[in-house]
Design a protein around this ligand. Structure first.
Ligand SMILES: NC(=O)c1ccc[n+]([C@@H]2O[C@H](COP(=O)([O-])OP(=O)(O)OC[C@H]3O[C@@H](n4cnc5c(N)ncnc54)[C@H](OP(=O)(O)O)[C@@H]3O)[C@@H](O)[C@H]2O)c1
Length: 280
């Protein structure tokens, strides 16, 4: 299966690394419809994966001050790509986000058909808008959350939080990328369409993750917690904290490792990467 990936960021490279020689990262930006269509015709591929989007640097607060660029990258660009894929009869996969919810839906976790209920950041609003629009078409949407894997990097969720001066500690669903990519491959091979929460089952707090980090990676590491209210005094946008249901994913026979188990396994490897000289 030949895959063309759009976007040249963190998740795009994870797809490329996982799918190897079958995958290629396009250098074309999704701006001009005819340029995108010509690229798809040229590459003769089976599946198009949209990992392009505006996520903000250093974080999503950037999106609050760059709304036009954010809405173009997260809503207009996916629609341009979707139109080109429809025109050419190509199967499209889009990376969505679970950051469209807050809370835990009375412990059940939010399902794919629950209406988004988190509008506290412009980034999240654009992800909800594009999801709703893309749902109208035969496209696979993979909802990712707080991604990380065993490779230290400034975009890795764990690398990020261990560098913060203070951290909130709220239960959340997260996607361990080693598992996310296996699930993505299975869904792509089935040519699944629709929205899927692709997170590890269960929720985990930041504190639980950092305790595992301290135990397995760096015994000298210490952290300071602060409240969401204190954090919101220093951020421009609010942050989504939520639990997602993986019932739909599991109904496809796809069972990811429970979240705490996956975090531990990933951090064992994370330490090895640091010992082998991987730097951020
Ligand atoms: N990482 C996360 O925490 C996370 C969580 C949930 C969902 N997601 C979603 O996963 C996707 C990929 O995220 P990521 O973490 O890989 O973000 P990233 O590292 O910021 O990469 C996104 C890439 O897309 C590019 N891009 C933006 N607009 C584009 C356009 N019109 N055409 C082509 N490329 C464009 C960006 O380039 P420029 O910056 O130069 O424009 C950047 O290289 C996004 O849709 C994001 O919303 C990410």
């Amino acid at each position: 299966m030949k895959m063309l990936i759009f976007g040249q960021g963190y998740i795009a490279h994870k797809f490329k690394d996982f799918f190897g020689a079958d995958a290629e990262i396009s250098t074309v930006r999704i701006e001009d419809y005819s340029v995108v269509k010509a690229e798809l015709e040229l590459k003769k591929l089976d599946v198009v994966v949209n990992c392009a989007g505006k996520t903000g640097r250093p974080n999503v607060d950037w999106c609050e001050d760059h709304k036009m660029e954010t809405v173009f990258g997260n809503v207009t660009a996916p629609m341009i790509l979707a139109r080109a894929c429809e025109e050419l009869g190509l199967y499209m996969v889009h990376i969505g986000s679970g950051c469209v919810y807050e809370g835990y839906n009375e412990g059940k976790g939010w399902g794919e058909d629950d209406a988004p209920n988190f509008a506290g950041s412009f980034y999240s609003r654009t992800k909800a808008w594009s999801e709703t629009m893309l749902k109208e078409f035969p496209i696979l949407q993979l909802r990712l959350r707080m991604p990380f894997d065993s490779i230290p990097s400034e975009r890795n969720f764990i690398t990020k939080i261990v560098k913060y001066d203070k951290v909130i500690s709220i239960p959340n669903s997260i996607s361990v990328l080693e598992d996310f990519l296996v699930a993505a491959k299975t869904l792509i091979e089935k040519k699944a369409i629709g929205v899927f929460n692709v997170t590890n089952p269960g929720v985990i707090t930041h504190q639980e993750i950092l305790d595992i980090y301290k135990e397995l990676v760096d015994p000298n590491y210490n952290y300071t917690l602060f409240s969401v209210e204190e954090m919101e005094k220093i951020t421009k946008a609010k942050r989504s904290n939520c639990g997602l249901s993986v019932q739909k994913l599991e109904s496809q026979g796809i069972h990811l490792r429970p979240v705490a188990e996956a975090v531990r396994a990933s951090l064992v490897e994370y330490r090895k990467h640091l010992e082998n000289g991987v730097t951020v």
